[in-house]
Design a protein around this ligand. Structure first.
Ligand code: BGC
Length: 478
């Protein structure tokens, strides 16, 4: 009997993991898919780079809103319904963006899709962490980050299938593909239960017990229930927001926002979203080739994220942060050089970009999301982590929205004249290169900042971290 129960538990955990995977996949897919669609829809709608930035940024602004409003809604109607809603938006948004007859609709539909990206970036990890058996919670949560990178790769691969230099409308099927994982998520979520923690917070103790019975070992069900009860009682007497802004938690807040600033301002998503365009600027002929070259970026991103999962608890956070940022700085300088020096091989740029992605994937990528869940005490962890993820989307929007604007400001300063029908990147590749040097400067500043602020949380209990902040000690003395 116990054996059978155990089997049943395992089955449910696998289903939860698969659904979690789909949530992460969609997040990655819908952010990555735009990169292959860009070269075609830019020609199709005759967009200039600035309009293109607006289009890409609107999806991200949607994500900021989605992340912002999903906090209170997940508390009110439950985690499961928010994910169902997000899956619905993912599916209908994929269709709408693919069908968009004009730029205005494309922009609105990207914003709409962005809402689901933001909501799922918050609600899916929350759902997973509240419903996973305690023992494998960490693994399942970090799997989410890995699957974002798998989703980006899936989008790149699917883009190569549809890319067609003879058909300017091939961006449409690229966008439709997003319907498939959205439907899987939607159907899967119909069969999954609400989280025990949310049920308990609504006073539904019997329902909570039923769900716990399916996922936890029978002996630990009552224990989990009483722990939840006392947690919820503490929450009710404390205002998390007020607590979060008290002086003793200032460093935790600076760390959460700061690491996301560095993660985004080294320019990661200019490569993830504009990769094919950057390759075109570097001398690749035709969008099809550029889109294929970007697949290698996606593969390296996934492989090095897997490596990170193995070494993050062994090497520790600080070491990884410094190794990663040193690599990122050097790679960014090389990427800049790739554009600056006339006649340099396009492969020099490709290799520099791969080195850049590899160093990002073992450091800032997973570290950002991990550290925001580690530096806050339990009571304010939810709010603290959501400020971290909001900062992530906010900074992401800023960088993606200003990339070409920065390049063109540099072009203006150099008095570069862009003839009608040509891109700035065609007449002034060095203007693009200079922006990578700006990112390199941020990486160097990030190294100095990190020396003072990145804490070594490896193997340190959350209680100990809290006591450290309460004693007013410095992050680097942890
Ligand atoms: C970042 C995303 C980025 C992704 C690339 C994540 O950690 O937050 O903005 O697109 O890594 O793998």
């Amino acid at each position: 009997m116990a054996k059978q129960e155990n089997k049943q538990n395992k089955g449910l955990v696998i289903v939860i993991a698969a659904i979690a995977a789909t949530g992460g996949l969609l997040f990655g897919f819908d952010t990555g898919v735009i990169s292959g669609a860009i070269p075609y829809l830019q020609d199709f709608f005759e967009l200039n780079d600035s309009q293109l930035e607006n289009l890409t940024a609107l999806g991200l602004i949607g994500a900021v809103f989605g992340a912002l409003i999903s906090g209170p809604i997940t508390d009110y109607i439950g985690r499961r319904k928010v994910i169902l809603g997000a899956a619905f938006i993912f599916a209908t948004g994929a269709l709408w963006t693919g069908l968009a007859p004009n730029v205005a609709q494309l922009m609105i539909s990207r914003f709409y899709l962005g809402l689901a990206i933001g909501a799922s970036s918050f609600a899916v990890p929350l759902y997973i962490s509240e419903i996973s058996p305690t023992k494998i919670r960490g693994t399942l949560v970090s799997m989410f980050q890995l699957l974002i990178t798998v989703g980006i790769l899936a989008a790149y691969l699917s883009n190569t299938v549809f890319a067609d230099n003879d058909n300017l409308e091939c961006w449409r099927p690229m966008l439709y593909v997003g319907v498939i994982p959205a439907l899987i998520l939607f159907i899967g979520m119909i069969f999954l239960p609400e989280t025990p923690r949310w049920l308990m917070s609504k006073g539904r103790e019997d329902d909570c017990r039923k769900v716990l019975g399916k996922i936890e070992h029978p002996d630990s069900v009552e224990n989990s229930i009483s722990e939840m009860k006392s947690d919820i009682a503490v929450d009710a007497t404390q205002s998390g927001w007020r607590e979060l802004f008290k002086p003793w938690l200032r460093n935790a807040l600076i760390i959460a926002i700061g690491i996301m600033f560095v993660q985004q301002f080294v320019g990661i998503n200019t490569v993830i979203y504009y990769g094919p365009k950057i390759f075109l600027a570097a001398g690749f002929q035709g969008a099809e080739d550029a889109i294929s070259a970007v697949v290698i970026v996606g593969v390296v991103n996934v492989l090095f994220t897997i490596l990170a999962l193995f070494i993050i608890d062994r090497l520790g956070r600080r070491k990884l942060y410094f190794i990663g940022l040193i690599g990122i700085s050097i790679a960014l300088i090389c990427m800049g050089l790739g554009f600056m020096i006339p006649g340099v091989s396009k492969w020099f740029l490709v290799i520099s970009m791969l080195v850049y992605i590899a160093f990002f994937a073992i450091s800032l990528g997973p570290l950002g999301w991990l550290i925001i869940t580690e530096v806050f005490p339990t009571r304010v962890r939810g709010i603290g982590a959501s400020i971290g993820s909001l900062s992530n989307w906010g900074f992401n929007t800023l960088v993606v929205w200003t990339f070409y604007k920065m390049a063109s400001a540099i072009g203006n300063a150099k008095e570069v004249v862009v003839p009608e029908g040509q891109d700035l990147s065609e007449v002034c590749p060095s203007c693009i290169g200079s922006v990578f040097w700006i990112f390199a400067a941020v990486a160097v500043i990030g190294l100095v900042w990190g020396y003072f602020y990145i804490p070594e949380t490896k193997g340190i209990s959350l209680e100990k971290i809290e006591a450290h902040w309460r004693a007013g000690k410095k992050p680097r003395d942890l």
